[in-house]
Ligand binder design. Structure first.
Ligand SMILES: NC(=O)c1ccc[n+]([C@@H]2O[C@H](COP(=O)([O-])OP(=O)(O)OC[C@H]3O[C@@H](n4cnc5c(N)ncnc54)[C@H](O)[C@@H]3O)[C@@H](O)[C@H]2O)c1
Length: 369
């Protein structure tokens, strides 16, 4: 894959950081900021074997002092125990504020490493090196960092922007298809809320993209990041427009929790998109025809409302009430007005309370019961 893009986007007025998208970036480390000599690679056990050891050796050859700390792959590790263990290891190795963290892996590694960077000695720099499609199109950009608690997902965290984001698209060559789909769902969400043209590009090219067509995948990553950076630069701290990135996530997060994180994040969001689009249709915000277009692409990506029948909607609704978007006991939803456009009410609100019985109705209609 050729180097097609170098994006330098001011994510906030004061902070600007580069996002590089190119195949092969991991084997040429000219992107490492020159001022750091001590480097900590944080990764998971699978990515460590695939890319971590090699990166460590490459850095050592260039005379960097490098440590690598890893944890068991998967959402179950995104917790306070992993966090404490890595912090302790860094303290033992006398890592000071002159240390640079490299977050090498998927969204779990990115969220964990970002949070450690945000609080270690009151904040040290880090570079996001996403290796899953989900992390490339979404979680590596925007500075949201977090870990999960028993009570729910991402309940402890901080806003902490990386120094740069390095996307080596050749990492996608080892990514299993289920994780490709996992990331495509977040890209689909981005297009549904903001970009009709690229929604239809994804719709038209679904098969090629599912077959790892490199150029089309690169276009999807680039276009999704254009949306993400545009939204984050308007609202870094999630006070207004950034909340629209949570379309599909009120239900999605609750589903992940109810499944004890056995359902992948993107998969839970796919069902969340279906149910939240259905809620929008029931409330007469989204035309029926548009709902069917959304349902059809979600089905082509392999998600069928019928799969939800096994789940207990009351349990999902109960768990949605621990979401960060809950205000005064009301669960808030991002609703969609059209493909590429969210619903904003007369008071300029981006999220809207929805009654439990409407959520239940949407769930049963999507399940076909
Ligand atoms: N901070 C944000 O803005 C944001 C946004 C969306 C999602 N998230 C978070 O992201 C997380 C999900 O991220 P994820 O789906 O990347 O999960 P993940 O980090 O668990 O990665 C999925 C699996 O893929 C493996 N893997 C990673 N790169 C690989 C590669 N190149 N080849 C083969 N295998 C590879 C990992 O070892 C892991 O087993 C969730 O915790 C979610 O909350 C955060």
């Amino acid at each position: 894959m050729n180097n097609k893009f170098f994006i330098n986007i001011p994510v906030m007025k004061e902070i600007s950081y580069p996002i590089q998208i190119k195949a092969g970036l991991l084997s040429n480390i000219s992107w490492i900021p020159k001022e750091y000599k001590k480097i900590v690679i944080i990764t998971d056990n699978l990515v460590k074997k695939m890319y971590g050891i090699q990166l460590k050796q490459l850095l050592q050859k260039k005379s960097y002092e490098v440590m690598i700390f890893s944890f068991a792959a998967g959402e179950k590790s995104k917790n306070i125990h992993t966090f404490t263990k890595i912090i302790n290891s860094m303290l033992k190795c006398h890592c000071g504020r002159d240390t640079l963290i490299l977050a090498l892996g998927g969204g779990v590694v990115g969220d964990m490493s970002g949070f450690i960077s945000a609080v270690y000695m009151r904040g040290i720099p880090y570079v996001q090196i996403p290796t899953t499609l989900l992390a490339m199109v979404d979680s590596s950009v925007g500075g949201k960092t977090a870990i999960d608690m028993i009570q729910g997902k991402n309940l402890i965290g901080a806003f902490w922007q990386p120094k740069s984001v390095i996307i080596d698209t050749s990492c996608l060559e080892t990514l299993p298809k289920k994780h490709l789909i996992n990331g495509l769902i977040e890209a689909l969400k981005m297009f549904l809320i903001y970009d009709k043209v690229n929604f239809y590009f994804l719709q038209k090219n679904t098969e090629d993209i599912l077959n790892f067509n490199k150029n089309k995948l690169q276009k999807i990553i680039y276009q999704a990041l254009i949306i993400k950076t545009s939204i984050v630069s308007q609202d870094e701290k999630d006070n207004h427009i950034r909340m629209i990135l949570n379309f599909g996530h009120t239900i999605g997060h609750a589903l992940e929790k109810v499944s004890q994180y056995k359902i992948l994040h993107g998969y839970a969001v796919a069902y969340g998109i279906l149910i939240e689009a259905k809620i929008s249709e029931i409330l007469k915000i989204l035309p029926k025809k548009q709902f069917f277009i959304i349902q059809s692409i979600i089905q082509r990506l392999g998600f069928n409302g019928g799969d939800l029948k096994k789940l207990n909607i009351k349990e999902i609704i109960k768990n949605s009430k621990i979401d960060k978007k809950v205000h005064s006991g009301k669960v808030n939803y991002v609703l969609i007005k059209n493909i590429g456009e969210v619903y904003i009410d007369a008071n300029n609100h981006y999220v809207h309370p929805v009654l439990d019985n409407i959520v239940e109705k949407a769930f049963y209609e999507v399940c076909g019961v």
